[in-house]
Design a protein around this ligand. Structure first.
Ligand SMILES: N[C@@H](CCC(=O)N[C@@H](CS)C(=O)NCC(=O)O)C(=O)O
Length: 341
């Protein structure tokens, strides 16, 4: 099977779904192994950090190297496989692509995890789903026992993404505003950066495969108010037949106008979080305590998201001079100046 890329993941993992949709769009042959680290497949190496999806890259000597973290994996695949790029060449578009992908991976996953475990009807739905995604032939009693265990553990872990009784409204409002903005954006040319999908679309899609389909509360909001987005989630699942063209990307001018509302939303919730998280980490604080969207926000400090901020700032400084000036103006208007070093 060395001519196919193997990856391990579960249907309830937004990052697994992000990766699968990207592989299908890019027409990269793959085999998915539906499994997680609770019952890992025999004979496959384990990565240092056990996250899903895990992609097993074949080496020249026939061995497999496990890799996690969808963002660098997507960049490696852009180098390894030609054509049907998911990253735009234009440096300004590429900057927006990286930023929106990061927001989807790191912020939208807060609504995703919150809706999965915060409200009782959503918890009651998610527990058995996780049990059966993981071991589909379990007896009902075994599945229920596992569901109770995972539900109790995940409910206790809601604080890790910042979900609590004070932030619940902030998180849910941000989901609703995001859907309003995405609905308008998709209406323009079908995808976030024009008439062809990018890593930003696949990152959003991954989170929405859960928020819009699995979690009853957030899925009902999407179906009721944004049927366009609910339909988009089904379409983006398999874009293997789309024929992208270079001219399908927005021009930088089009992108600035089209993306302004989304960038403002990123400036409203995600940038303040990134800045507070990095400041807390720099002080050696184990918790972030700040205000987001007019309400108190508390959660444990996240070292990974300190790296996200550094990487976004590095993207700004690496832009060609003229582009950097334009991007800095766009970011200032959107309340994202914190991303400018
Ligand atoms: N930044 C990573 C995040 C991956 C991630 O957090 N995966 C979750 C599932 S969606 C995970 O593996 N959690 C631990 C587990 O399920 O055992 C990515 O983009 O791939």
């Amino acid at each position: 099977m060395a001519d196919r890329l193997e990856l391990m993941g579960v249907p309830g993992s937004p990052y697994t779904r992000k990766m699968l949709a990207l592989l299908r769009y890019r027409q990269i042959p793959y085999s998915v192994i539906w499994a997680g680290y609770r019952v890992p497949p025999e004979g496959y190496p384990r990565p240092k950090v056990k996250l899903l999806p895990t992609v097993f890259f074949p080496e020249a000597d026939g061995s497999l190297t496990p890799a996690v973290d969808s963002t660098p994996i997507i960049r490696r695949l852009e180098n390894d496989y030609a054509g049907r790029a998911a990253l735009p060449d234009d440096p300004e578009l590429r900057f927006y692509c990286d930023l929106i992908e990061d927001y989807a991976d790191e912020w939208l996953t807060k609504p995703m995890f919150h809706y999965r475990w915060y409200h009782a009807p959503d918890r009651a739905n998610a527990g058995p789903m996780i049990a059966y995604w993981s071991v589909n032939m379990s007896s009902r009693a075994e599945a229920d026992a596992f569901a109770d265990q995972i539900t109790a553990a995940q409910f206790e872990r809601l604080y890790v993404v910042g979900s609590n009784d004070v932030t619940a409204q902030t998180i849910e409002d941000s989901y609703v505003r995001f859907l309003d903005i995405l609905d308008e954006l998709l209406q323009l040319r079908g995808y976030v950066l024009g008439a062809r999908p990018s890593a930003a679309d696949f990152a959003i899609y991954g989170q929405l495969t859960q928020l819009g389909v699995v979690e009853p509360t957030s899925a009902a909001i999407m179906s009721r108010d944004h049927p366009r987005i609910r339909a988009w989630v089904d379409l983006v699942e398999d874009l293997s037949g789309l024929k992208p063209d270079k001219a399908d990307w927005f021009s930088p001018e089009e992108a600035r106008a089209a993306l302004a509302p989304l960038l403002c939303e990123i400036g409203r919730v995600y940038v303040p979080f990134l800045l507070a998280n990095a400041a807390a980490a720099a002080r050696g604080d184990k918790d972030v305590s700040t205000e987001i969207d007019g309400r108190a926000w508390t959660q444990p400090t996240f070292p990974y998201q300190v790296k996200c901020l550094a990487s976004l700032r590095n993207n700004v400084t690496s832009l060609p001079e003229g582009t950097r000036r334009e991007v800095e103006k766009v970011l200032a208007k959107a309340g994202c100046s914190g991303l400018c070093p």
